[in-house]
Design a binder for this molecule. Structure first.
Ligand code: RP5
Length: 176
């Protein structure tokens, strides 16, 4: 009988980017299905970023270490995706004064309402900018990060303008 190929193990070695401007973190591998849209959008805009999985509940120490490390390497904005209790963006915001955008994951039991309400109810003083549940929120978190960076970076500003112009051009006048 043919041997089954061994299941791919989750990477234990973090893939460090050289000079990431945006740090994308998610609470679980299961969030990547949605969060890759944030990374894809930053890639389209040519913005250096780093992607990591660190959970506020399951790997809190690792999360703290990563935030300090990636900020030290130049990250100016953070995007955090999480579902259910969704504490991750709030935890990131507690540890950095940089802008933090939260992406609520769609969930099986409550459709993402749990993630959204949990994420948006930050105590005054520690802000998290929360986007829409699911894919649209992940894309918009990247675009909002780009808009923040564009304030001080002409190249990124041009890339954002180009993205918006192409998006406008792609909207048909009539349905197919
Ligand atoms: C959260 O719990 C994660 O962000 C994820 O959305 C959710 C479920 O995690 P898994 O059980 O799929 O790993 O912390």
């Amino acid at each position: 009988m043919a041997k089954k190929p061994a299941a791919k193990k989750a990477s234990r070695k973090p893939a460090k980017s050289k000079n990431p401007l945006v740090g994308i973190v998610m609470g679980s591998q299961s969030d990547w299905e949605t969060m890759h849209h944030a990374a894809d959008t930053l890639k389209k805009l040519g913005i250096a970023h780093e992607v990591a999985v660190h959970s506020a509940h399951r790997t809190p120490d690792r999360l703290v270490d990563w935030i300090k490390d990636v900020e030290g390497r130049g990250a100016k904005v953070f995007i955090a995706g999480a579902g259910m209790a969704a504490a991750l963006p709030g935890c990131v915001a507690a540890m950095t004064a940089k802008p933090v955008f939260g992406c609520p994951m769609e969930t099986r039991v409550m459709g993402g309402m749990d993630s959204l309400l949990s994420m948006v109810q930050m105590p005054g003083g520690i802000p998290v900018g929360v986007l829409a549940v699911g894919r649209a929120g992940a894309v918009n978190a990247a675009l909002l990060s780009a808009a923040v960076l564009a304030l001080g970076d002409e190249k990124i500003a041009k890339a954002v303008d180009k993205f918006r112009a192409n998006q406008t051009k792609a909207v048909p006048l009539t349905p197919n």
